[in-house]
Design a protein around this ligand. Structure first.
Ligand code: ASP
Length: 338
């Protein structure tokens, strides 16, 4: 009897959640993406289908303006897309980076996985590949992205990601020329909590098949050609059906230096619970970049899940969404940042 009374209390106290499989977990409060991924699983689709459909939903909805077309224009005003998908059973991966003129970046990433022996295609050549695979080429610019660019130009191109160039990028627009590198103190990071967000999805079915994926338009005002963490295996996402899956979001320029998704999965393989794995993966980054903006979601092979985020001004709580067979619909969850 005592045990019966204690179980609900203990469950509430557990530092991480447990889902009745199948499970879909995704970054940010993107509930429609979770619902789309969930529908894919319910209608007999695979975990790869769930990840693809979840990311695709956000691409269409332009989630937070930072997924899909018309968001995060680079210095020249162009929106470019990064996406990745990984099969945790076979360790096959498909990814695209700096993709231009094609809206469905996660679809192209999956096509890279299914129609080539490669892992990552980039830039113009990725767009040509996509067109050959039947994806439609169209302009990714919208009135909103044009406005973002014109505001940036009016504000002397601030924020600005260049350094050691002339004219001074903290005060003037380019074109820039290199100047001798100044070994200055570490500069504060520009990326604020509104200038980027990625959808990252991890899906796990009842048979233990795991997949993960990401889709984003990256960082607003980036230097053209910049690729973030999202399409990089082990950085933006990682999945191994024998250990777990993870997906990250935040300041990709910093986060990709630490492969946090890979680290989190390896920590879960070693027995860490998903919350602890997520926290440790971010702590590694924090040691070097205490003020970085970032968050990560983690799920292990038994359906336990967790999340973590790094506390910075304006970002003290991270939202993520979970769908499982108990809830049957997307549940918004949150975690306090460390
Ligand atoms: N990580 C993405 C990037 O840096 C953006 C984000 O998730 O906020 O491209």
């Amino acid at each position: 009897m005592l045990l019966v009374l204690l179980v609900p209390t203990l469950t509430a106290l557990l530092p991480f959640g447990h889902a009745a499989l199948p499970l879909v977990i995704n970054t940010w409060a993107f509930k429609n993406a979770s619902a789309a991924a969930w529908r894919a699983l319910l209608s007999g689709g695979s975990v790869l289908d769930a990840v693809e459909q979840g990311c695709a939903r956000c691409q269409v909805e332009q989630c937070d303006g930072s997924v899909g077309y018309g968001g995060s224009p680079d210095e020249s005003g162009e929106t470019t897309l990064d996406a990745m998908i990984i099969n945790g059973d076979t360790m096959e991966v498909g990814a695209v980076a700096d993709l231009r003129r094609i809206k469905n970046a996660i679809g192209v990433a999956r096509a890279v996985m299914e129609h080539t022996d490669h892992t990552l295609l980039v830039g113009e050549s990725a767009s040509v590949f996509a067109e050959n695979m039947g994806f439609i080429a169209e302009d990714l610019t919208t009135n909103k992205s044009v406005n973002i660019l014109s505001q940036w130009l009016k504000g002397n191109c601030q924020p600005n990601y260049r350094k050691n160039v002339f004219p001074d990028p903290s005060q003037s627009c380019g074109p820039y020329k290199p100047r001798a590198a100044v070994r200055a103190k570490k500069r504060p990071r520009h990326g604020n909590v509104r200038s980027h967000d990625t959808i990252g999805v991890v899906a796990l079915d009842r048979n233990g098949h795991l997949a993960a994926g990401t889709s984003t338009n990256g960082l607003t005002h980036k230097v053209p050609g910049r690729v973030g963490d999202s399409p990089i295996v082990g950085a933006g996402a990682y999945a191994d059906s024998s250990a777990g899956g993870a997906a990250a979001t935040g300041d990709g320029d910093v986060m990709m230096r630490f492969l946090p998704s890979f680290l989190a999965v390896e920590l879960m393989r070693a027995g860490a619970d998903p919350s602890a794995a997520c926290e440790t993966a971010l702590s590694r980054i924090k040691r070097h970049y205490s003020g970085f903006f970032g968050a990560i979601i983690c799920a292990n092979t038994t359906g336990h899940y967790g999340a973590a985020c790094n506390k910075v001004p304006g970002f003290s709580q991270f939202h993520f969404v979970v769908s499982d067979s108990e809830s049957g619909s997307p549940l918004l969850k949150s975690v306090d940042c460390i």
